[in-house]
Design a protein around this ligand. Structure first.
Ligand code: PXP
Length: 240
C-alpha cells in the first residue's frame, strides 16, 4: 500500500553513533542512500549550532550524492541562513534551538519574532529554497507563519506523541487552518509505528519527517541478522 504523504527520513542519529567513536562509520550518507532505496521520499538532516551530530561536510555530501529532496533543519540564525544559501537544499525547516536541549523541544515562536524571522524566510525563498516553519499546532503561530512568506508549516507532534489529551484535535484544527491560509502541512517529532496512524489520517498532511524511532527501530529489525553474520565470520576465521 502506498500513500500520497511523503516520508522524510531524518538521519541525524546515524551521525550521532558515528560521532560516538570519532571515525567515519556508520556513514549518514550511506544510510540516506539506503533509506531512499527503501522508499523514503526525502532526507532530513539538522545542522545544529554545536554540530553534535550532522556536520557541514555531511550536508555537502548529502547535497552532492543524494538525488532525492534534501530538507535542511536549522536554527534561524545568520550563520545557518548563509550555509543554506551556499548549499541550496530543496527545503529548509526553521526550528528553535537551545544548546542544552536533547532534541527540538517545542515549536518556533513565529508570532513573537515575526520581524526578525520574515527577512530570513524571504531570503531563503528568493534562493528557490522551500521554507518550512516548525511550530506548535496553535492558531496564533499558524497565522504568523503565513505572514512570513513561508510556504510550509511543520506541525510539532511531540505533545501528541507523549499522549497529551486533545493534541490530535489541535493538530487536526491546525492542519485545516494552515491549508486555508495557503500553507502546505507537514508534521513530525516523536512518531512511531504505534502513533503514526491518526496523524497519517489527517487529510491535509503532505509530509512526515521521522528520525529517532526509525534509527532506533533499525537496531531491533537488524540486530539479529548482524549477529548471525558476525557468528558466521567468526566461524570462518576459526576454520582457517
Ligand atoms: N521534524 C523536526 C523539525 C525535528 O526537529 C525533528 C527532530 O530532529 C523531527 C521532525 C524528527 O523527530 P524524531 O527524531 O522524534 O522522529
Amino acid at each position: 500500500m502506498t500513500s500520497a504523504i511523503r516520508l522524510g527520513v531524518n538521519i541525524d542519529h546515524v551521525a550521532t553513533i558515528r560521532n560516538a567513536r570519532g571515525g567515519t562509520y556508520p556513514d549518514p550518507v550511506a544510510a540516506a542512500l539506503l533509506a531512499i532505496q527503501a522508499g523514503a521520499d526525502g532526507i532530513t538532516a539538522h545542522l545544529r549550532e554545536d554540530r553534535r551530530h550532522i556536520r557541514d561536510k555531511d550536508l555537502e555530501r548529502l547535497r552532492a550524492e543524494i538525488a532525492a529532496p534534501l530538507n535542511m533543519e536549522m536554527a534561524a540564525t545568520e550563520e545557518m541562513v548563509n550555509i543554506a544559501l551556499g548549499l541550496r537544499p530543496h527545503a529548509c525547516c526553521l526550528v528553535p534551538e537551545r544548546r542544552e536541549e536533547l532534541t527540538t523541544e517545542g515549536g518556533l515562536n513565529v508570532a513573537g519574532q515575526l520581524e526578525t524571522l520574515s527577512p530570513k524566510v524571504q531570503k531563503l525563498a528568493q534562493a528557490d529554497i522551500r521554507v518550512s516553519l516548525f511550530i506548535d499546532p496553535s492558531p496564533a503561530q499558524i497565522e504568523a507563519a503565513a505572514k512570513t512568506g513561508a510556504q510550509v508549516v511543520e506541525l510539532h507532534t511531540g505533545a501528541y506523541a507523549e499522549g497529551k489529551a486533545g493534541e490530535l484535535e489541535r493538530l487536526r484544527t491546525a492542519a485545516t487552518q494552515a491549508t486555508a491560509l495557503g500553507l502546505e502541512v507537514h508534521a513530525g517529532h516523536g512518531l512511531t509505528f504505534e502513533n503514526i496512524g491518526p496523524i497519517a489520517s489527517l487529510p491535509e498532511l503532505r509530509e512526515l519527517n521521522i528520525g529517532h524511532f526509525l534509527i532506533g527501530q533499525a537496531i531491533f529489525d537488524g540486530l539479529a541478522a548482524v549477529v548471525q553474520n558476525m557468528k558466521r565470520h567468526i566461524a570462518e576465521g576459526a576454520a582457517l
